[in-house]
Structures are given as structure tokens and as C-alpha cells.
Design a protein around this ligand. Structure first.
Ligand SMILES: Nc1ncnc2c1ncn2[C@@H]1O[C@H](COP(=O)(O)OP(=O)(O)OP(=O)(O)O)[C@@H](O)[C@H]1O
Ligand SMILES: [Mg+2]
Length: 449
């Protein structure tokens, strides 16, 4: 992204000099001879940074500052002041200027300040954008995700929720299967009826059966009274059978019967009960493989899987990471009473690069610990768990054959670093550890312009 920097000074030489220096840093510059011209330009063009002299004819720098703070609050303003006018500079800072530069302007300091002001602006803009998207998503549901993959999932959720069809939700651990199940119930024709959840893997075989279907007094040792099962409790509502791949054959048969005939008996009971229950189930196992292996009934699979919703892993929808991250930061900043507002560029890149075996649950946990660790308003690379930050700075690589001419190798390193820095020569020189003059010479020597 190229930034537009507006330079406002009534002295032509200063305008042009500052302009040249900033263009070398890779910015696009716009020049204005006084405050009025500057404000006119801002009405026409998107400006990312204003560098303004204070004393100018027609509209002064103070007035430009006031108008920018008022009308373009995310655009930073750097004030130029002459010697001995520190008080006016301090006043300008109080009025909302980002910083000030004294004349004669040090080009290094200009370069540094501009870079800093622009990266702050970028963070603020990103933060606003995410906040905005988040607010509009919140109104829709608790499920965050603007990737086309998640949009498709939500489309199916909206379509099947109001029907009575059984839904099987599949996907790796931590992708959000339970959240999808919640949404199906909430958007169903029975949102105010019971929503009963059973975590099938957490219960032993014997316990699971009595948990699901209930038992009569004396059905087994310890059955001191009659107990109603989850299917009874879920009557007229929805039952969510989580980790359905974990249930044994005898429970499989009973569930199949509920699906086919809506009927079952309590453990140790004679009475046949009839229920009207919508069944939503979830698994991170490959049930087709379990059918092949003979551990899961094929007929039950087809009854459960009338509609399949597959939730893709996070690494296949990395565009959802920024929004999820922003939401988790907000949540944990509030919970821990910390003023964390966002995440800086390196940390963001690390989140993007990581492969997320634990999916959204892992992202959520990582952000929680990062918020707790954060020392500033922005999460940095150091705040992230080592497993994530470790791979972050391994940059792009280029291939140079053994026996290449040194010149060719140097040319290749400079060319690719320039490209990686988006053509920003100051940054490239910094990364390569050489001066800007040397870089410029080499660029023209090697014809890299
Ligand atoms: N799209 C999403 N938006 C916001 N939060 C999400 C999203 N997906 C998952 N989460 C959060 O991530 C965590 C894990 O989600 P969930 O428990 O639904 O995953 P799961 O697929 O059921 O995992 P498992 O297979 O391990 O049970 C939860 O805290 C959930 O709130
Ligand atoms: Mg789950």
C-alpha cells in the first residue's frame, strides 16, 4: 500500500526538499503552498499524513491542524516549526498534533517520524475496520467468520435450522462444532424449547445409556430412584449428541429407534415413551471409516447425517483470523481489565503463518494468554506462545547456486529484499544493514530501478 503524504509549507524549497526525501522512502507526496490549498486537496484525495508549517498566508497551520483533528481524526499531523518557537509546537501537540519537527528539518528524523505516524494510523484504521465488521457480525450471530467457507456453513445452518432434519456436524477439534449446534437450535422453530447437550465421550457405556434414556428404580446397583433421561428432558426441543463416534453398539441401536419410531424405554423399564426431539450430532472422527471397520452402524449414520455440515479447519480459512483475533482481544481485555486494543504487524503475521492444529480453540487460548502477557495497548510477537512466535521471522528464501558470481548473488539479494519491502528503500537499506546512499548506488549499478 502506498501512503499519500501531504506537505504544506509556503516556502517552495522546503516543500520540494521534504517531498523528495519522502518519495525516496516510497511515499506518494502532495504539495500545498498554504493551508487553504491543503484543505482543498484533502477534500479531493485520501491523505494519510499531513506535514504542515505553522505560519502561512490565508489559512494557518494551526487552523489546518484544527480542521484535520475535527474532520479526519485518524490522519496524523506533524507540525514544522522554526527555531525558538517550541511553545507553539507544544501547544500544537496539545491541540492534537502527532509530533513536531524543528527547521532546518533533519531528513532522518522526518523519515523516522513519518514512518511511525503512518504505522500508527494503519493500526488505528485496521482496528476500526475490524470493530465495524465485528459489530455487524455480532448482530447476526455469535459465530464469527467472513471467509467464503464460513459463509457457506452459515448459509446451510440458516437453511436447515427451521426444519426437523437431523444434522451431523463434522470437523476437527476446536473448529466450532458446538457453536454451530447452538446456532441450529437458536434458529430452529423451537428456540424456546429445551436444548439438551450430551457429551458422549465423557460417560462410560453403562452410564451413557441411563443418562440418555433414564432408568427405573432398582434397574442396577445404585439406581435408588427413577431418573428421567436426556431424551425425555429434550422433548419438543433439540438434543445435541457431541462426539457421537464414541457410542457403543447397544446405545447406537436405541438411538436409531428414537430416530425411526421416536420411541424408547428407560433402562430397566417396561413403559414405552414417545418423544418429539430434533437430533443434532457432532464428531471429529471419520464415521465412514468407522462403518468400514464395523464399529459404527451404517443405518444410524444415514439417519443422523440427513444434512451434513462440515466445518473447515482454521488453516483453510485464514482470512477469518483477524476478525476472530479482534473479538477475542476485546473479550479478554475486558475480562482481565487490561487496555489491550489490538495486535502489531509482526504478531499478526505470526498468527497468519501458524498452522493452527487446535483450530479456533487454540487461537482463543493463545489470545487470552497474550492479552494477559501484553505490556502495551498492542499485542506483540513476544506476548504470543512460543509455538506460534517461533516460526514467525523465518522470512522468504531465494535460491542462489553454489559458485554464483558474488555480484549476481548481491544483485539477487537486493532485488528480492526490495520486493519484500514493497520497494521501500529506507526499510530495505535497514534490513540489509547498509546505508541508503550505498543502496541507491547499487540499485542503479544493477539496473534494479
Ligand atoms: N466462528 C467462531 N467464532 C467465534 N468463536 C468461535 C468460533 N468457532 C469456535 N469458536 C470458539 O472456539 C472454541 C471451540 O469451539 P467449539 O467448542 O464449538 O469447537 P468443537 O468443534 O466443538 O471442538 P471439539 O471437537 O474439541 O469439541 C469455543 O470457545 C468457541 O466459542
Ligand atoms: Mg465440541
Amino acid at each position: 500500500m502506498t501512503f499519500n503524504v501531504l506537505i504544506v509549507d509556503d516556502e517552495k524549497n522546503i516543500r520540494a526538499g521534504l517531498g523528495r526525501a519522502l518519495e525516496l522512502d516510497g511515499y506518494r507526496t502532495l504539495l500545498a503552498a498554504d493551508g487553504q490549498e491543503a484543505l482543498d486537496i484533502m477534500r479531493e484525495e485520501e491523505v494519510d499524513l499531513v506535514i504542515a508549517d505553522l505560519k502561512m498566508p490565508r489559512v494557518s497551520g494551526e487552523e489546518v491542524l484544527r480542521r484535520v483533528v475535527d474532520q479526519y481524526p485518524t490522519v496524523p499531523v506533524i507540525i514544522l516549526t522554526g527555531h525558538g518557537t517550541i511553545e507553539t509546537a507544544v501547544q500544537a501537540m496539545r491541540d492534537g498534533a502527532y509530533d513536531f519537527l524543528t527547521k532546518p528539518v533533519s531528513l532522518d528524523r522526518l523519515s523516522l517520524l513519518a514512518k511511525r505516524a503512518l504505522s500508527t494510523r494503519e493500526l488505528v484504521l485496521q482496528h476500526r475496520q475490524l470493530q465495524h465488521e465485528l459489530d455487524s457480525q455480532r448482530q447476526a450471530s455469535a459465530i464469527i467468520g467472513k471467509s467464503s467457507e464460513m459463509q457457506r456453513v452459515m448459509e446451510v445452518v440458516r437453511q436447515v435450522a427451521p426444519t426437523k432434519a437431523s444434522v451431523l456436524i463434522t470437523g476437527e477439534s476446536g473448529v466450532g462444532k458446538e457453536l454451530i449446534a447452538d446456532a441450529i437450535h437458536r434458529l430452529s422453530d423451537r428456540p424456546d424449547k429445551p436444548h439438551v447437550k450430551v457429551h458422549c465421550a465423557a460417560l462410560s457405556e453403562a452410564l451413557l445409556e441411563s443418562e440418555l434414556f433414564g432408568h427405573e428404580k432398582g434397574a442396577f446397583t445404585g439406581a435408588i430412584g427413577r431418573k428421567r433421561g436426556r431424551f425425555e428432558l429434550a422433548n419438543s426441543g433439540t438434543i445435541f449428541l457431541d462426539e457421537i463416534g464414541e457410542i457403543n453398539q447397544s446405545v447406537q441401536i436405541k438411538i436409531l429407534r428414537v430416530l425411526q419410531e421416536k420411541q424408547f424405554e428407560r433402562v430397566g423399564g417396561e413403559e414405552t415413551l414417545t418423544v418429539d426431539v430434533r437430533i443434532v450430532s457432532a464428531t471429529n472422527r471419520d464415521l465412514r471409516a468407522e462403518i468400514e471397520a464395523g464399529t459404527f452402524r451404517e443405518d444410524l449414520f444415514y439417519r443422523l447425517n440427513v444434512v451434513n455440515i462440515h466445518v473447515p479447519p482454521l488453516r483453510e480459512r485464514k482470512e477469518d483470523i483477524p476478525l476472530l483475533t479482534a473479538s477475542f482481544i476485546k473479550e479478554f481485555a475486558r475480562e482481565n481489565g487490561k487496555p489491550v486494543e489490538g495486535i502489531d504487524a509482526r504478531a499478526r503475521a505470526a498468527l497468519h503463518k501458524y498452522h493452527w492444529p487446535g483450530n479456533i480453540r487454540e487461537l482463543r487460548n493463545s489470545i487470552e494468554s497474550a492479552v494477559v502477557m501484553a505490556k502495551n495497548t498492542f499485542i506483540t510477537l513476544e506476548d504470543l506462545p512460543p509455538s506460534i512466535s517461533r516460526g514467525a521471522d523465518e522470512g522468504d528464501t531465494i535460491k542462489i547456486s553454489v559458485g554464483s558470481r558474488l555480484e549476481d548473488a548481491e544483485r539477487e539479494v537486493i532485488r528480492s529484499t526490495l520486493a519484500a519491502c514493497n520497494g521501500n528503500k529506507t526499510r530495505t537499506a535497514e534490513v540489509l544493514g547498509i546505508g541508503r546512499k550505498t543502496l541507491h548506488r547499487k540499485i542503479s549499478e544493477y539496473g534494479l530501478e
